[in-house]
Design a protein around this ligand. Structure first.
Ligand code: FEO
Length: 168
C-alpha cells in the first residue's frame, strides 16, 4: 500500500484502540457508581473496538504494509454523570466517523479499490455506532434524575451480548 495510506491506516488503528480504552474506562466508571448494566455494555463496546483495531491490523498486513503500533492516549477516569459519559461516547463516535470518511477520500484519491471496499464495512458500522449512542443519550435525557428510570435503562443495557464476529 502507498506510504501515506499506510500511515493513515496506522493512525486509525490507534484511534480504534483508544476507543477500546475510552469505553473500558467508562465501564470502570459505571462499575464504581454501581450501574452494572452500563458497565457491562461498555465492556462489550470496548471489546468491539479492539476487534475494529484488529481488522485494520489484518488489512495492513494483508496489503503488504507495515503495522507500527503507537502510544495509546490516556482516557478520562471520571464523568460527572451517566449522561455525560454517553454524550462523550456519542461525540467520540462522530469523530471516528469523520476519520473513516477521510480514509475513504484518501483511498479514492489513490484509486485503491481494495481499501475503499474494506472501509465500506466501517462506513456502515459508524451509522450504527452513532445511532446507538445517540439513542441512549436521548433516553438518559428523558429520565433525568429519576432513579427508577435510570435503573430500567441500566437493566436494558446490561442485556447486551457481544456481537457475532464480523465476516471478513
Ligand atoms: Fe470502532 Fe466505535 O468505532
Amino acid at each position: 500500500m502507498k506510504k501515506d495510506m499506510e500511515k493513515a491506516f496506522n493512525d486509525h488503528l490507534n484511534a480504534e484502540f483508544f476507543s477500546a480504552y475510552l469505553y473500558l474506562s467508562m465501564a470502570n466508571y459505571f462499575a464504581a457508581v454501581n450501574l452494572d448494566g452500563m458497565a457491562a455494555w461498555m465492556r462489550v463496546q470496548s471489546e468491539e473496538e479492539r476487534a475494529h483495531g484488529m481488522k485494520f491490523v489484518d488489512f495492513i498486513n494483508d496489503r503488504d504494509g507495515r503495522v507500527a503500533l503507537q502510544k495509546i492516549d490516556q482516557p478520562p477516569v471520571e464523568w460527572e454523570s451517566p449522561l455525560a459519559a454517553f454524550q462523550e461516547a456519542y461525540e467520540h463516535e462522530c469523530s471516528i466517523s469523520a476519520k473513516i470518511n477521510q480514509l475513504v477520500d484518501l483511498s479514492n484519491k489513490h484509486s485503491d479499490h481494495a481499501a475503499h471496499n474494506f472501509l465500506q464495512w466501517f462506513v456502515s458500522e459508524q451509522v450504527e455506532e452513532e445511532a446507538t449512542a445517540l439513542r441512549i443519550v436521548e433516553q438518559l435525557k428523558r429520565v433525568g434524575d429519576n432513579a427508577v428510570g435510570l435503573m430500567i435503562i441500566d437493566q436494558q443495557l446490561g442485556a447486551r451480548t457481544p456481537a457475532a464476529a464480523p465476516a471478513g
